[in-house]
Design a protein around this ligand. Sequence first.
Ligand SMILES: [Zn+2]
Length: 323
Amino acid sequence: MHSITRKLFLSQAALLAGCGTRAVEAKSSSGDDVSLAYIARIYSMKMELSGKKVVMQNKWNKLEVEISSRYAWINGVQLWLHCPAYQSGKNVMIREVDFKKGIDPVLRSYYYVPKHPPKLVVLDPGHGGKDTGAVSAEKVYEKQVVLDIAYRVKKHLEENKIAVRLTRTGDTFPSLTQRTDYAYQVGADLFVSIHADGAGDPSAHGVESFITTVSGFDSTNHYGAGGDKSPQKNNSHDNANAVLGFSMQSNLLKQTQRRDRGLRRARFAVLKNAPCPAVLVESGFLTNPEEGRLLNTADYREAVARGISNGIRGYFTLVNRAR
Ligand SMILES: [Zn+2]
C-alpha cells in the first residue's frame, strides 16, 4: 500500500460509519447485536473481566474482546470487529455479523468451509511494471519483494501437491480487474494477494492480513470521504474468507515473529471481486528501517513464504477435516 492510503486509514480508524445508531438502541441479544455472555454460553466458555478486556475461555480456545474498541483476539491473534464492542447495562455487546461472519467461522470452521476440497490456488504478487509499490530506504521495491515471496510460496505448495498459478510471473502490471478475471478464468479455489507495506511514519511495523468487509458495512479502509457500504458487488464468501484470513494471519505471525497488526477488513478491489475466498497479506513495512532491511533478506522472505503457504495449507486441512 502507499503512504497516502495509510495516513487516511489511520485518521479514519475512529470513524465508524454504519456502527453508531443501532448500537446505541440495541438492548438485548436479539436482532443486530449479541451479548458476549450469549457467545460464552454457546462455546461453554468461562467469562471474566480483565481491565478493559472481556476474556472468555474453554479447554480449547480463548476469545478476548476489548470494550469500546474494535479489537478482539482469538487464541492471542488479533481480529478487527466491524464495530466496537459496547456496554449495555450488565452486558457487553458486539454486532451479530462480527460473531456470525468473523468469530464463529474461526472457532467452528467445520460449519462454514466449502464442502468441496480446494484444488487451485491463485497467488497475486501485488504491483509490478510501472507500479513499484512501497519502497524501502535501500530502494528495495515492493513489486520485487512480493514476486520473490510468491515464487517461494508456489514452491512450498507444489511440494505439497497443491496446484498454483500466478497473476504475474515477471515485472509486468496486470490491472486489478485482470488479476481477479484471471482467477475466474482458471477456476481458482483460493486467491491470495501478496504485498509489503509502506507508511509515512517509519515507526509503523508488523504484519497484517485483510479480508473484504461484509456487505452493508463501511470498509475499515475506504480511501477517503464517503462510505463504501454495499449494496455493491462483493465477494460472496464471507465465512470462508474469515477462516482463510485467520489461518493466514496466525501462520504469518508464527513464522515471521513480527508484531501482530491483526486480521482486518478492507474492500480492496482484488478481495471484493475475487471469485473465491480471498485474502491480502501485508508482509511487513518496507518504510520501517528494521523491516525494510528484513524484507531485503532471503531468510525473512522465506519466513513470510512459509507463513503464507502454511496459512493456505491450514485452510485446506480445515476443509478436508469438515468433509
Ligand atoms: Zn502493495
